[in-house]
Design a protein around this ligand. Sequence first.
Ligand SMILES: *Cc1c(COP(=O)(O)O)cnc(C)c1O
Length: 356
Amino acid sequence: MIQEYPCIEVNLDKIAHNTREIIKVCRREDIETVVVTKVFCAEKSIVKTIIDEGIKTIGDSRIKNLINVKGLNCKKMLLRIPMISEALNVVKYSDVSLNSELEVMKSLSIAAQKLGKTHEVILMIDLGDLREGVLPKDVIYTTKEILKLSNIKFAGIGTNLTCYGGIIPDKNNLGKLVEIKDLIEKQLKIEVPIVSGGNSSSLYMVLNDSIPKGINQLRIGEAVVLGTEAAFEKDIKNFYNHAFILKGEIIELKKKTSLPKGRVGVDAFGDTPSFEDKGVMTRAIIALGKQDICLEGLYVRDEDIDILGASSDHLLLDLTNCKKDYKVGDIVEFNMDYPCLLATMTSPYVMKCFLK
Ligand SMILES: *Cc1c(COP(=O)(O)O)cnc(C)c1O
């Protein structure tokens, strides 16, 4: 079979390893891991790998991604608070969703009655990051209202941090979440089974043993996929960092000056470019562009190569100081950060291949 480029090579063994490690790390603190699949669009063979390692619940922000894995044997959590317009699909294709609006949960209830199903909801609480969630003062009222909804099961509470406001999880905010759980249990005389304490930014507290007792679930994407925790962007010990590698093909390789010739206007994206004169360079063009990547998060694996820039479909590299003798048709490999991985996995122009 001829390999098509650009392609993203996914090392399933590394994903499996990171999954085993995250399960182990979280289990020590009595925390269940929900693996978050949105950055790789819930690509089926990756999800299968994760389930094979013992993950019982996967989470994704898009219902379309969950529809994509509907046959697979795991519980499905919808992470992005649902749209009223998608309520029917949410109940059909997910078992549990994160929620913050009663109106939405009412439409989930109606959909669940229609489908003869029970749908679980986790009530999200905003502890300072200012993305989704009810304010702590409204939790008791909202929970009472949820308990009145038919075909809806109140599964617990959760929070999300370090996504919009950049707020780091700590003993105060996650401690507050556990306090709220205790308050609900005492005031409403019900059990709160799940206390979902955030994403990969909460992991550092698991690793240094400071996560408040009572947090019993984390929703983890980045750590499994990139091997980094998300509060301080540190590598996690024993995790693989490069399970995903992007490969692109050289379509032009020439010596050219470093300064463009002629009157300077704007580039393809309307910006006025500026250049440093480095004399004659060895320049390569890769068949990859801003339609497929996030340029700021792209790193050439051959450290002798620098990235010069990109337009929609062309990526320009400086190979002047390269030890390896590249030719037209050769493949250049890249590492990616989270936004860049998200872009490449989402691009239909980037082939996906799986190594095992
Ligand atoms: C994306 C997301 C996660 C996972 O975040 P990571 O930093 O990748 O671990 C968890 N919860 C919610 C609500 C999310 O949207």
